[in-house]
Design a binder for this molecule. Structure first.
Ligand SMILES: Cc1cc2nc3c(=O)[nH]c(=O)nc-3n(C[C@H](O)[C@H](O)[C@H](O)COP(=O)(O)OP(=O)(O)OC[C@H]3O[C@@H](n4cnc5c(N)ncnc54)[C@H](O)[C@@H]3O)c2cc1C
Length: 402
């Protein structure tokens, strides 16, 4: 006899696990399915540095996650954006917006451990792992059948709502037959921990270059979180560089604002992709997080946006009789539209500016940054996005939601 679940979340990564917490807080029992076994965190909880927007920090505090971080988070009090070889730069200060910080830098591995520790406290959340989504069965009587395979073979689950939180290559999205728009920016991003002469002091630096961004994020452990983008054609060569030569290369791209680069940790490479689902709902199914949209990491928006997908869904389900009703799913798509569209356009625009080698673009880009630094209304728009306040903001994102 197949088990029946109200809300079946496929994917216990950053967004899926956060959704389970938000549903639990709303009194809704969720079942969280992940391909990774209980003893191993999903691979996505790795050494990447995540900038949590202010709205995200508020929500994760209300959900009891920020309090469980073992390593201190690094506050982003100012954002400094400039372009290699161009005139102009932007400096945004959180104090100008009445805030202590735009957000916090957290290492994904630490975030995973904090989520896990919080989930372990909630008896209502059911975990199925290792359990891999294999496909759908029947769709009848207000229930969708799901086939999963795991340690004890294949089994069938039934759910009133299936949530696809299974990441960029979402098998759930494919099984639903939802098409995607895909763009490969032909860049590889190297992420590493970096120590420099000057320790972080609350400034996040984003240096835009022809082949990708170089960002230094102020971690809470006295080191920087480095992201260095290189053209795909050069990526293997850069991966093979000795640490010293890698640091020389990055210092050349970034400059001296953080002093001399002293020591770099292990480098992890990531592709830079945009994968956008053409629709985010189907009958008794909804896509959230990277399954719905994967963005270039340059704007540090992917998880922040995905969390807002999840929180909006939890809000709608909290007050509903049927979590998979067509009207609820339509309301979700409608409420997410503005934030999704604007955040996608922002991240894509930033990514394309860094990738363009057209000489005529240079003065325009420089002017853009210089102008932005002088026009408070434009800055406020940028800062609002950086803090995660776009569109119809979920209640948990507001200050004091806890
Ligand atoms: C270098 C880098 C830096 C980034 N920096 C930031 C940042 O600063 N700020 C920000 O907001 N975002 C950032 N992001 C984006 C962020 O990492 C993603 O948006 C986020 O991981 C998406 O979470 P998700 O839960 O949707 O998907 P994922 O985190 O990919 O999780 C998917 C989960 O689904 C599981 N799964 C997959 N297939 C199946 C299956 N068939 N059955 C069962 N389970 C399955 C996986 O095990 C995994 O646990 C960055 C990304 C990169 C690459």
């Amino acid at each position: 006899m197949a088990q029946t679940h109200d809300v079946l979340i496929i994917g216990g990564g950053l967004v899926g696990a956060s959704l389970a917490l938000a549903l639990d807080r709303a009194g809704v029992a969720a079942t969280l399915v992940d391909a990774a076994p209980p003893a191993a965190m999903p691979a996505v909880f790795d050494q990447r540095n995540l900038s949590f927007a202010d709205a995200t920090v508020n929500a994760l505090t209300a959900l009891g996650v920020m309090q469980r971080l073992r390593a201190p988070a690094g506050a982003i009090r100012r954002i400094h954006a400039s372009r290699n070889g161009d005139f102009g730069r932007v400096l945004l200060d959180a104090a100008d917006y009445g805030r202590d910080s735009f957000g916090q830098v957290v290492v994904a591995r630490d975030f995973g451990a904090a989520l896990e520790s919080r989930l372990a406290e909630l008896p209502r959340v059911v975990r199925l792992r290792p359990a891999r989504f294999l496909g759908f069965g029947d769709l009848a009587d207000g229930l969708r059948e799901v086939r999963v395979g795991g340690g004890d073979g294949e089994r069938i689950l039934r759910a009133r709502l299936v949530v696809a939180a299974d990441g960029t290559d979402s098998a759930v999205r494919n099984a639903l037959g939802i098409a995607v728009g895909r763009h490969d920016y032909r860049q590889r991003l190297f992420v590493a921990r970096l120590r420099t002469q000057r320790a972080p002091d609350g400034i996040a630096y984003e240096r835009l270059g022809d082949d990708g961004p170089t960002a230094l994020l102020p971690r809470g452990d006295g080191a920087w979180g480095l992201v260095h983008g290189v053209a795909e054609a050069e990526a293997d060569r850069v991966a093979g560089l000795a640490d010293r030569d890698f640091m020389l290369r990055v210092q050349d791209a970034f400059g001296w604002r953080a002093g001399r680069f002293l020591e770099v940790g292990e480098r992890s490479p990531y592709p830079a992709l945009r994968v956008v689902a053409q629709q985010t709902t189907a009958q008794r199914a909804v896509l959230v997080g990277n399954a719905a949209q994967t963005l270039h990491p340059i704007g540090a928006q992917g998880f922040n946006l995905g969390l807002r997908d999840a929180l909006t869904l939890a809000e709608l389900i909290a007050g509903a009789d049927d979590p998979g009703a067509d009207a609820l799913l339509e309301a979700h798509a409608a409420r997410r539209h503005e934030d999704r569209t604007r955040t996608l356009a922002f991240s894509d625009g930033m990514a394309r500016v860094t990738a363009s080698r057209v000489p005529l673009m240079r003065p325009l880009r420089g002017l853009g940054l210089a102008a932005l630094d002088r026009v408070p209304s434009l800055q406020a728009l940028l800062a609002g996005g950086a803090m995660g306040y776009r569109g119809d903001v979920p209640a948990l994102c507001r200050r004091g939601a806890a």
